[in-house]
Ligand binder design. Structure first.
Ligand SMILES: O=P(O)(O)OC[C@H](O)CO
Length: 443
């Protein structure tokens, strides 16, 4: 396995893992992940509990390797260097690449062998990670984006947090009321994050890439420069231009800090940010979570939000059978009802195991913090469709960055009319990388 500090710069391992792994006969699993803040605390605690239960046999060493984009880039390098970790957390949009890399052992192979019942997974989530009828990776931290509301600012603006805006036009109307320049309050702020564009398009039933969102064959082009994509970029640009929204750029960290500062009325973020927001706002303001807005009106009957977050992949090359088995043991543990209940309450990610919601600890928690059920309800009410399956594309990480570049250029430039040209230029530029990727995979 790769050494943590060699592989990540700012990498951090779970406390105590190193000392444990030096014991003889112990199988070590290095586990690369991208969790920070309370989510890292919850993840390290899962590993510590697993290690305690497998004392003298298995040690899982979690190593933070940066954001999802950094993690997959580092993983690609580690594959080239033939020096990969045993286990890696990869975001949703890296799934197609992971399958095509042929580097991993699909989890269904272990699940079949152990007669591990995959029906305990939430059907929508399992669906997302099932390709050709098989589960390739184990969903772990599953999410959907939500609309976050600062209840205090809402009340101050005379708005009712029980009647949150449900689409972009309503967000604009409420953001106008919330904006209070004198007190440095802005109605809306969110990272210029491609994930939100992908989700908004899906609410209108749009496909992000062709060939049924890459589910009925390798996609050949992205469709984010569609009239709906243009509408999103124009809306966002107008919001900033009118002063109802601030622009903190593309990093989610900056947008999260802005919301936590208490000067932002509404924001878009993953349900996986819930615990961090609740911890950070304690004693200053209440955080209300509302369903993710539709792009327009009530959205399309075939539209909705897409599963987000990440799943766990077992690397198959350069590791012993004992290590692969040990990775699976951890993966199984991580998906169990007990662990998923603690993961749900400790982070805000919804449990991938439907039985987790019946755990007394989970029930008690959501009674106190009903915000933790908003995404679960959103998940359960989402109709599986081509749009809500999301785009499976080998170069999806690159496609997301291209869309973000187009959005950022439009928003920063302040010209909503430039949206079409910017999005189209980025979509066109992606044709070659997509074709190159397809050629490489089909070789
Ligand atoms: O912030 P997360 O973990 O919910 O992930 C969001 C996106 O799905 C990542 O691609």
């Amino acid at each position: 396995a790769c050494g943590g500090s060699d592989s990540g710069g700012s990498s951090t391992a779970a406390p105590g893992a190193d000392a444990l792994s030096h014991a003889k006969g112990v199988t070590t699993v290095e586990f690369w992940h991208s969790m920070k803040g309370p989510n890292a605390v919850a993840l390290n605690s899962i590993a510590s509990r697993f290690n305690a239960a497998h004392k003298g046999k298995i040690v899982v060493k979690p190593v933070y390797v940066g954001e999802y984009d950094d993690a997959i880039a580092k993983y690609k390098t580690s594959v080239q260097q033939k020096h990969t970790p045993e286990l890696i957390q990869v975001y949703d949009i890296g799934s197609r690449f992971m399958i095509d890399s042929k580097q991993t052992v699909p989890v269904y192979k272990f699940a079949d062998k152990d007669k591990w019942d995959t029906s305990q997974l939430e059907p929508n989530i399992a669906n997302y990670y099932t390709f050709n009828g098989k589960l390739d990776s184990m969903p772990f931290n599953s999410s959907m984006p939500l609309l976050y509301i600062n209840k205090k600012l809402f009340a101050k603006a005379g708005l009712d947090p029980n009647k949150p805006p449900t689409n972009l036009a309503e967000i604009m109307a409420d953001a106008k009321k919330l904006t209070d320049r004198k007190h440095n309050v802005v109605g809306f702020n969110a990272a210029i994050y491609g994930w939100f564009l992908e989700q908004l398009l899906a609410t209108n039933g749009d496909q992000y890439c062709d060939r049924n969102n890459g589910r009925s064959g390798l996609a050949t082009k992205v469709d984010f420069a569609s009239p709906d994509g243009v509408k999103v970029a124009q809306w966002w640009t107008d919001m900033v231009k009118k002063g109802y929204a601030s622009n903190t750029g593309r990093t989610t960290d900056a947008a999260q800090q802005a919301f936590k500062s208490g000067t932002v009325g509404m924001s878009l973020e993953s349900t996986g940010e819930m615990r961090d927001y609740i911890n950070a706002s304690k004693g200053r303001f209440d955080v209300v979570a509302a369903p993710f807005p539709r792009l327009s009106g009530t959205g399309s009957p075939n539209g909705g939000t897409i599963i987000g977050g990440a799943s766990l992949w077992i690397d198959g090359i350069g590791h012993t059978d004992a290590q692969k088995r040990a990775s699976w043991e951890f993966v199984k543990y991580a998906a169990s009802p007990e662990v998923q209940a603690s993961w749900h309450t400790g982070t805000g990610y919804f449990p991938v195991n439907s039985k987790a919601l019946d755990q007394p600890s989970d029930k008690a928690w959501v009674k106190q913090y009903p915000q933790f059920t908003v995404a679960v309800n959103q998940l359960h009410s989402t109709k599986p469709s081509v749009a809500t399956a999301g785009c499976a594309l080998g170069v999806m990480p690159q496609a997301r960055q291209s869309a973000e570049e187009a959005l950022e250029k439009t928003i920063t430039g302040g010209d909503p009319n430039a949206a079409q040209a910017n999005l189209k230029a980025q979509a066109d530029a992606l044709r070659k990388p997509i074709a190159d990727y397809t050629r490489a995979v089909q070789k």
